[in-house]
Design a protein around this ligand. Structure first.
Ligand code: SF4
Length: 95
């Protein structure tokens, strides 16, 4: 039985010291229609909130849902999955 050929970005970063997820972010953006993406300033606020959150398993993974936060934050309709302490509650999706 063959194992997985690629690791998730966080596992790869742990194994190799770091990983550049720029390509993953760009790929996600290229596949998501523009109207489904949040504004850049919202994205940056979401990432800042995640970086300050105790649920972030560095460098990229949310402990609550296992998502890669840099990818989750792209979608306009995305939300913080932490029902006890919404890390994005003060971020408005309004422009
Ligand atoms: S719980 Fe919310 S704020 Fe914290 S890392 Fe996960 S998505 Fe980000």
């Amino acid at each position: 039985m063959n194992g997985p050929k690629t690791l998730c970005p966080s596992c790869e970063a742990k194994k190799n010291g770091s990983v550049d997820i720029t390509d993953l972010v760009q790929d996600m953006r290229s596949r998501l229609p523009q109207e489904k993406q949040c504004e850049d300033h919202i994205y940056l606020q979401r990432i800042a909130a995640c970086l300050a959150c105790k649920e972030l398993m560095l460098p990229y993974t949310c402990r609550v849902c296992g998502c890669i936060v840099y990818l989750r934050a792209i979608s306009r309709d995305a939300y913080c999955p932490n029902s006890r302490e919404d890390g994005w509650k003060n971020i408005s999706n309004q422009t």
